[in-house]
Design a protein around this ligand. Sequence first.
Ligand code: UTP
Length: 290
Amino acid sequence: MKVKKAVIPAAGLGTRMLPVTKSIPKEMLPIVDKPAIAYIIEEAVASGIEDILIITNRAKSAMEDYFDYAPELEANLLRTGKDELLEIARQPADNANIYYIRQKETLGLGHAVLRAKGFVGDEPFAVLLGDDIMVSQTPVIKQLIDATEKFGASAVGVQEVSLDVISRYCSLEVSPIENSIYKVTDMIEKPTPQQVFSQFAILGRYVLTSDIFPILEKTPPGYGGEIQLTDGLNTLCKQSDMVAVDFEGKRYDTGNLEGYLEATIEFALKDASVNEWLKEFIKNKANGLE
Ligand code: UTP
């Protein structure tokens, strides 16, 4: 099963990041000098993905502008001899074939993924959530693609989370197959303490077969009145093989303030142009000198 297409659902309302998300998509918030969604596109491209569909909505056209050329800006950079900036400005538009479709109503992640049916056709495809940034040796979605190819199964990216936060995620019932790979037999979105299957939670990465589409078409609204991808995946894992990949890497949920600040500070600490200055700044703050 070769995976060449990816879908990035990015049509959520971003209410946890209000008020900024009133007019700026959360996927466009900068993590140092690039919007969050640029890191996700880079992960997909580094994993061999060639075509990417972003599920967007009428308030999110800033994403399309970012992945396009900017003729006026480029003409100015050329005229003023700033050739190195010209390359930086054009790079996002040249990275991959990016397509867009609007989710006309915000009816949930399952409903958003269903918008990709025509783009995907019959191929297996990757899903990367638009606000989950991953840092890893091997791109996280590549780790899932490798598992899909090895086991001929759909795959979900998981990590163990503590019991006090599992109720925010989808908890999985699993049995071990081999190192870091588990068979998925059941799952529940946002479980109560009594409903928790395990501390393995799905964290923003999936490789699915097109069998998910007829399932999502029949999936009624679930938790929070939204059409939940989890409910569709639960049916999928019972009718065909699904593996959970306990992936290597760190996940940043940039859709909430703590995750956003964590990503911003950690990425800045790795950026050669500001890291010395930032370390000094933080040290001084921590010592109460400022
Ligand atoms: P989230 O729950 O993290 O995003 O959805 P949200 O709904 O924007 O968040 P809050 O709670 O209001 O702050 C997970 C992913 O699914 C997408 C989001 O953009 C995010 O990438 N999503 C969610 C859609 O594309 N459409 C939807 O109807 C819901």
